[in-house]
Design a protein around this ligand. Structure first.
Ligand code: COA
Ligand code: AMP
Length: 628
């Protein structure tokens, strides 16, 4: 079927369209209700079907003759280790881990927090939860104890699964002390912690609470798959909102499985047996969807890579992995390619490897800037597909669907909406705008399968944050436009979220941390353009009256505060003292204007500005510090 036919059917007859897609996965009980409303009035897909996501990812393939095919390849340049799991082996490992969790009292609906580096046990733990119908919540390893504690308190896990350490290039990051202090900070206390001891840095276990992964799992009996309903939650993944409290995006089992299966085919053109590599981290949505669930549900081989695009050991790392394992589809964030380009501008490393199996390169996580796009196309000579999505949707809202009939790429555009996504550009009043005009990117309801139905333990926040602005629409938080040829352009967030090296972060959260410093009266944190990471945060700080503090000392203290409270991943490195912050007459800080100044963009001071002279003053300070 052509893209046009597929898209039209998905929008005009969504139930018929998705009922057909649902037939591509094996249900224990096929859904009779394809699209229905839940108790909150939210659209739900396949609510009354019964299935198990781990069964689809593992046992299904064992039962259908793929038991000896590779399911997962672990490649770790930071430890020099590699290992592989066939579908038989991965099924066995997951069933045993599920058995261990079951013995610890984990059952359907219980939460399990997973705080792990990029080792196979992270994927095994996720799938083990899915096997039991338990709800996992993976927390990215670069977050500090305070962030982990917030998530523990919100998800209230029975068990936390972690490892003794992670490895960042050549540095060992001890995870266990981070976990211990997070649990000390949290009000909710998990009953058990299951700890995978890594030889690079084993840790002490607390008697009565901590259990050694290897011993506990070795003793356990394999557990069977627990049937769950289509609308039962599979996982909660926290993502940055505009406040200090992250949002727990809920993913259900039924819609997710159907969307994963469908997207592997149409978005990535992956067939069973193909090798797919998402060079991301299991702590992010890309890792959930395209390292773990989708490739396995599709019967592909997935790669779990514990390394970076550069420095592990060089800018040829991506090409080595692609050549060694015969990767057909590579998916990474543009920032990774910018890092490679910086170290190997002529891409000479790629020439050293046999990349004949590599068909397509996919990018997402942040805007793919045309120079990066052009560089990759020039040096790799294969299709580069930009696609746009968010933690909330779980799969691409828009892209150039290589599994249907892809069209010519326009650099800077994410091409066209995925089937199921009725994308509309709205003005501030919620009215659709004309082609070429910028506006708010919204999705007309119903959202397709796989997208979030709520925020964990806070449904009001879901409605307030996404649905209430314009009746009948989901607001993406991104702005953009559609051109005369119907190509969609995503220009960036319209809220206080920034994207640092493909990592989504809240400037509001950073402001709360910076403002907590005793010398700070008020502050604004904005995203500043970065050659490598896309954006980087910059703090503009107003001191309390009478405070005398050396500016460099203050900067160092603020940087440390953000590292301690949010984590190294925030990449907060710059803070400068200003005399005034531009505000409206009602006292709202004009962050957008600050962003424009810091990024050398043209700006217009709004008529509501209280003190226009302060803008020139800030421009001057930024210039004097080499920041503008
Ligand atoms: N555990 C602990 N710390 C981590 C971590 C983890 N899992 N991931 C990152 N960090 C730390 C880094 O060590 C670094 O610490 P430092 O400030 O002490 O040096 C800090 O967090 C910032 O990390 P990062 O932004 O990743 O910068 P980097 O310089 O280490 O690497 C890139 C830059 C571009 C190579 C890297 O960001 C990258 O590969 N990005 C791809 C992004 C991605 O996969 N996004 C997912 C969406 S597709
Ligand atoms: P996350 O939830 O971490 O996946 O981040 C989602 C946000 O990243 C989106 O709302 C966008 O702002 C941005 N983003 C992701 N992919 C793209 C893309 N291909 N082009 C532009 N922005 C993107």
């Amino acid at each position: 079927m052509s893209y046009q036919q597929e898209y039209r059917l998905s929008i005009e007859q969504p139930e018929q369209f998705w009922a057909k897609q649902a037939k591509n996965i094996q249900w224990f009980k096929a859904p009779r209700r394809i699209l229905s409303k839940d108790e909150n009035g939210i659209d739900r897909w396949f609510a009354d079907g019964e299935l198990n996501t781990a069964f689809l990812a593992l046992d299904y393939h064992v039962l259908h003759g793929r038991g000896e095919q590779l399911a997962l390849i672990y490649d770790s340049p930071v430890t020099g280790q590699r290992s592989t799991y066939t579908y038989n082996q991965l099924t066995e490992a997951v069933a045993r881990c599920a058995g261990a969790l079951q013995q610890l009292g984990v059952g359907k609906g219980d939460r399990v927090v997973i705080y792990m580096p990029m080792i196979p046990q992270a994927a095994i733990a996720m799938l083990a939860c899915a096997r039991l119908g338990a709800v996992h919540s993976v927390v990215f390893g670069g977050f500090a104890p305070h962030e982990l504690a917030i998530r523990i308190d919100d998800a209230e896990p029975k068990v936390v699964i972690s490892a003794s350490c992670g490895i960042e290039v050549d540095r060992v990051i001890e995870y266990k002390p981070i976990l211990d202090s997070a649990i000390a900070m949290a009000t909710h206390k998990p009953e058990w912690c299951l700890i995978y001891q890594r030889e690079q840095k084993p840790c002490n276990l607390i008697a009565g609470r901590d259990l050694d992964w290897s011993q506990t799992v070795a003793r356990a009996q394999p557990a069977d798959c627990t049937p769950v309903r289509g609308d039962d939650p599979l996982y909660v993944l926290y993502t940055s909102g505009t406040t200090g409290k992250p949002k727990g995006v809920v993913r259900d089992n039924g819609g997710h499985a159907v969307a994963m299966r469908y997207s592997m085919k149409v978005m990535y053109d992956m067939q069973p047996g193909d090798v797919f590599w998402a060079a991301s981290d299991v702590g992010w949505v890309v890792g959930h969807s395209y390292i773990v669930y989708a490739p396995l549900i599709a019967g592909c081989t997935t790669i779990l890579y514990e390394g970076k695009p550069v420095r592990t050991p060089d800018a040829g790392a991506f090409w080595r992995v692609c050549a060694e394992y015969g990767v057909k589809g590579l998916f990474a964030a543009p920032t990774a390619f910018r890092a490679i380009r910086k170290e190997d501008p002529e891409c000479t490393q790629a020439g050293k490897y046999d990349l004949s199996k590599l068909k397509t390169i996919f990018m997402a996580g942040e805007r793919l800037d045309p120079p990066t796009y052009d560089w990759v196309v020039k040096h790799l000579q294969r299709p580069v597909i930009d696609h746009w999505w968010q933690t909330e949707t779980g799969w691409a809202i828009a892209g150039n669907h290589v599994g249907l009939d892809p069209v010519a790429v326009k650099a800077g555009s994410v091409t066209r909406p995925s089937p199921g996504y009725n994308v509309q550009i709205l003005d501030a009043k919620g009215k659709p705008v004309a082609a070429g005009e910028q506006g708010i990117i919204a999705i007309k309801l119903p959202l397709p399968p796989g997208c979030l139905p709520t925020i964990w333990a806070n449904h009001e926040r879901f409605e307030a944050g996404y649905l209430n602005a314009f009746k009948g629409y989901y607001i993406t938080g991104d702005g953009g436009y559609v051109d005369a040829d119907n190509y969609l352009y995503v220009l960036g967030r319209t809220d206080d979220i920034i994207n640092v090296a493909g990592h989504r972060l809240s400037t509001g959260e950073m402001e709360e941390v910076v403002a907590g410093h005793e010398a700070v009266a008020e502050c604004a944190v904005i995203g500043r353009h970065s050659e490598l990471k896309g954006e980087e945060p910059l703090g503009l700080v107003l001191l309390k009256d009478g405070v005398q503090i050396d500016e460099e000392q203050l900067r160092a203290e603020l940087v440390q505060r953000v590292r301690d409270q949010i984590g190294a991943v925030a990449s907060f490195r710059d803070a400068i003292v200003v005399q005034r912050l531009p505000k409206t007459r009602s006292g709202k800080i004009l962050r957008k204007v600050l962003r424009n100044i810091a990024n050398h963009e043209e700006y217009q001071a709004p008529s509501t500005i209280d003190d226009p002279a302060c803008l020139a003053e800030i421009e001057q300070i930024l210039k004097s510090k080499g920041l503008s």
